[in-house]
Design a protein around this ligand. Structure first.
Ligand code: NDP
Length: 597
């Protein structure tokens, strides 16, 4: 039996692992936290350019009154549009920066991109479209095409304004409407706004000294340039055959893309700061007979079943039956009742991670490299990855792991990357460095709504966000948000987006049918909501305290202001049940509604 997590015959004890986790975490703590990253603007604006549209697009400005403006044409905006359509509210516009619907799946076209949660629970509204995903984990082109199908099914293209960004939106108290101004000089007057601005959509670059001096081709994974690499999502990138390629980052994106780069590049250098946790994937084609046999209501039931399994609720039947659901997940949101329980939870987590480390030892032929690729942190510190080709790619002679011992790449120069004084010249440098998650909401949106009396959302939230159910904020009548800020979150993002979009559609429908002019939460209701969220924080805060930094714990930092942005930390099923009960009460408690005059 090979060693567990190290290269001698001794099996690591829980105590030794705890100490190793502490050492590895401390190596990675930095005072600049999220400020270590750069935005794709100013000198880095070229990194943000949309490579998937023809340059030079123009259109006439749209000056119009509509019932609803939806900001964002990703899953959040699309599910909301579908819900509104089902409720008979069809006079809406969708404003989207990209050239089509899809959000994440518009931007992330890197080779081998795929959903990491099974498609049957990840692709929304499958029962409405009748679409059968071809594989258990559908690939990005299929998901993007599915977004287009959703757009056609619910007639969303009619109201879509693509390649357009909201620049400003202002509440007009005299008309009780919002005025929305865009980058294409549109002026839309809307009774309601739904901001579905995305959770992981603002790409970030590591602020590595010298990054701007690099003279070769460089791009972020969410802006893949196939004209440079050749090939496509599923075909060999033939133009890389004589190229030395570097990739910075080993998160969920890199895990998917590295095998394809390894196949294509002459040499591939993978610059690692923290090793990924990579479990078994076992993708397979969908059985059409099985899919046909599914009974109405199956998708919501299956979605609930997945979420139960990954939040430690252990459903009687595991419908999904994959590595996500077979894992003995520790409920990280639960505060242990006593030391014995805490130890037991820690032991389960440790044993799960030992299995991950064992797989690395089994697959990677070079034991020294295997050791460097071991994740030394608890299981939920970073998004777990599942892949069957990532680890074997490192056994290829053209693939080189450059481990930075937790420090990250030190320097970039015009030729390539420098780590520990060694220069790695590359022709192409790819940043798989992720997206902003914990920066201020308005920063991520790229605009700052001005509510009642011209007060901006960033001013109103100077001490941190204040909402009811994460969807409405005092001072911003008729403005709904679909985000994780004081809202729902889930391993299956689409589950939380769906629960929130349903809630928002319900509220808008109440206003339309009830002849309501404005809807807005009381400040006391916002405080009560925050207290409800805050009470759930302790379990996850305790868990995160020993985690290696990453976006799930504000890069190891965070303060009370950022704590106010917490989501409903226990299961999204709890969020959905809570808001459903609130709706059932029928009195819209905590909201102030004024009728149309
Ligand atoms: P992540 O934020 O998860 O990863 C960024 C990577 O860049 C990390 O490995 C990070 O290291 C590394 N990094 C940052 N700075 C440096 C530096 N200076 N030197 C070296 N390395 C550096 O981003 P991803 O794009 O991988 O994933 C983001 C999220 O997107 C995922 O967690 C997941 O939720 C989602 N996703 C979902 C997929 C799906 O299938 N549905 C597929 C891909 C992504 P460190 O860990 O040390 O910070």
């Amino acid at each position: 039996m090979p060693a567990m997590g190290n290269n001698n015959d001794k099996k690591l004890s829980l105590e030794e692992a705890r100490e190793k986790y502490r050492i590895e975490r401390e190596k990675r703590l930095r005072t600049d936290g999220i400020r270590q990253y750069k935005e794709l603007k100013g000198d880095y604006e070229e990194f943000d350019r949309d490579p998937y549209v023809e340059p030079g697009f123009t259109r006439d400005a749209v000056i119009e009154d509509v019932d609803v403006v939806i900001v964002g044409g990703g899953f959040g905006g699309m599910i909301e549009a579908a819900n509104l359509t089902k409720a008979g509210i069809t006079n809406f516009r969708i404003i989207e920066k990209a050239g089509d619907f899809g959000g994440t799946w518009y931007w992330n076209r890197y080779p081998n991109a795929a959903c990491d949660v099974e498609s049957y629970v990840y692709l929304p509204l499958l029962e409405d479209t009748g679409y059968m995903p071809t594989e258990k984990y559908a690939k990005a082109p299929e998901i993007f095409a599915y977004c287009q199908l959703l757009g056609r099914t619910f007639d969303m293209y009619r109201g879509a304004l693509f390649q357009t960004e909201v620049e400003d939106m202002r509440w007009d108290e005299s008309t009780k409407r919002w005025n929305v101004m865009t980058s294409r000089s549109d002026v839309l007057s809307a009774k309601f706004i739904v901001i579905a601005g995305g959770v992981l959509h603002k790409a970030k670059l590591p602020g590595i000294p010298g990054i701007e001096s690099y003279a070769g081709r460089a791009f972020h994974t969410s802006r893949w340039d196939y004209s440079f690499t050749g090939g496509s999502s599923q075909t060999l990138m033939e133009k890389l055959a004589d190229k030395r390629v570097g990739i910075v980052g080993t998160g969920a994106t890199a895990v998917q893309v590295v095998p394809k780069l390894a196949e294509a590049a002459q040499e591939l250098f993978v610059f690692q700061r923290t090793a990924a946790c990579v479990g078994v994937r076992n993708n397979k084609p969908t059985d059409p007979e099985w899919f046909k046999s599914l009974k109405p209501g199956w998708q919501a039931e299956r979605t609930r079943n997945f979420t139960q399994a990954v939040t430690g609720a252990q459903p009687a039947v595991d419908m999904i039956d994959d590595e996500w659901t077979k894992m003995n997940w520790v409920d990280t949101r639960k505060l242990p009742e006593n030391d014995d329980e805490a130890l037991e939870l820690e032991r389960i987590d440790f044993e799960n991670m030992e299995r991950v480390r064992q797989r690395i030892a089994d697959v990677i032929t070079d034991p020294a490299m295997a050791e460097l690729m071991m994740p030394w942190y608890s299981q939920s510190c970073k998004r777990p990855c599942f892949h069957d080709e990532y680890l074997p790619a490192f056994n290829r002679p053209n693939v080189h792991l450059v481990d930075t011992d937790g420090k990250g790449v030190n320097e970039i120069n015009e030729r390539g990357v420098i780590v520990n004084g060694v220069e790695y010249p590359v022709d192409l440098l790819i940043f798989a460095s992720g997206f902003e998650v914990t920066t201020d909401y308005t920063h991520r949106l790229g605009f700052d709504p001005k509510g009642r009396n011209g007060v901006s959302l960033s001013e109103a939230w100077a001490e941190g966000p204040a909402t009811l159910h994460g969807v409405l904020s005092n001072g911003f009548p008729n403005m709904f948000m679909i985000s994780t800020v004081q809202g729902a979150q889930a391993t299956n993002f689409v589950h939380s987006i769906t629960a929130t979009a349903q809630h928002v559609a319900f509220l808008i429908e109440q206003c339309v049918k009830g002849n309501i002019a404005t809807i807005e939460p009381e400040t006391s209701a916002q405080e009560n909501w925050f207290e409800t969220l805050f009470a759930q924080l302790w379990g996850i805060a305790r868990y995160n305290a020993t985690c290696t930094p990453g976006y799930l714990n504000s890069e190891g930092g965070g303060d009370m202001r950022s704590a106010r942005a917490i989501a409903w930390m226990t299961s999204v099923l709890g969020f959905a049940e809570y808001v459903e009960n609130w709706r059932q009460q029928g009195d819209l408690a905590g909201l102030v509604l004024t009728p149309n005059s």
